[in-house]
Design a protein. Structure first.
Length: 108
């Protein structure tokens, strides 16, 4: 088996999804967070709209698995699909595609 074939066979197992959003807005950090510089607080990016899954190619193209244009979110603060909520629901297409990539699950 060639190295390229072995690599593609394990793609779903290796894939790590980065979270992306339809858009983001900049908001000041709350006063209780650590300040930056001389008493100033740096702004934080807050996702607006749906959360999307972004794969390797999407990091370069700015596109989610569903091909929607997205703004990439900081992986240290946002995880796909764990950080969805009522204000930021998951993209159903990305959810279906990421579950399909994981392969069939066996009970147990």
């Amino acid at each position: 088996m060639s190295l390229a074939r072995a690599s593609s066979d394990n793609h779903a197992e290796r894939e790590r999804w980065i979270a992306g959003a339809d858009s983001v807005i900049r908001r000041p950090r709350p006063a209780h967070t650590r300040s930056v510089g001389a008493g100033r607080r740096s702004p934080t990016s807050v996702p607006v709209g749906r959360l999307h899954a972004v794969g390797d190619a999407g990091l370069l193209t700015g596109r989610a698995l569903c091909l929607a244009p997205v703004t990439l979110l900081d992986p240290a603060q946002w995880r796909w699909p764990d950080d969805a909520d009522e204000l930021r629901p998951l993209c159903w297409t990305c959810l279906a595609l990421t579950h399909a990539a994981e392969g069939p699950h066996t009970g147990g």
